[in-house]
Design a protein around this ligand. Structure first.
Ligand SMILES: [Zn+2]
Length: 112
């Protein structure tokens, strides 16, 4: 365990930090798989501002890279749900109008 004051101090320093690099490979990997640490309770997160907890700082050298990761992750998750949605509609052909009656019953077919 790191000391509470050290943790806070490190978080403040990290929030100001602009130096450090991550490879594209690392960012893409994390965007696809998600940054798993700190999903549940995190003592460091309770203390440190703006989510700058130990787990985040250990992975992302700068807040800018963490921001970039969050944007990439969001985009990936959206793309993934689109792919699932598109796959579902293809497989089940639920977009076809003639299936509407089967899915919604006669009422839907009459109203349309
Ligand atoms: Zn954490």
């Amino acid at each position: 365990m790191i000391d509470i004051h050290d943790d806070k101090k490190q978080a403040e320093e990290w929030l100001e930090n602009t130096e450090g690099e991550m490879s594209q490979e690392q960012l893409v990997y994390l965007a696809i798989n998600g940054h798993k640490e700190c999903e549940h309770y995190c003592g460091s997160r309770e203390l440190c501002e703006l989510g700058a907890c130990y787990c985040i700082r250990a992975t992302f050298p700068t807040p800018k890279l963490y921001e970039l990761y969050q944007q990439l992750r969001k985009t990936y998750v959206e793309m993934e749900s689109l792919a699932v949605f598109s796959g579902l509609s293809k497989n089940l052909q639920i977009v076809k109008k003639d299936k509407a009656e089967k899915i919604f019953g006669n009422k839907y077919a009459k109203d349309n």
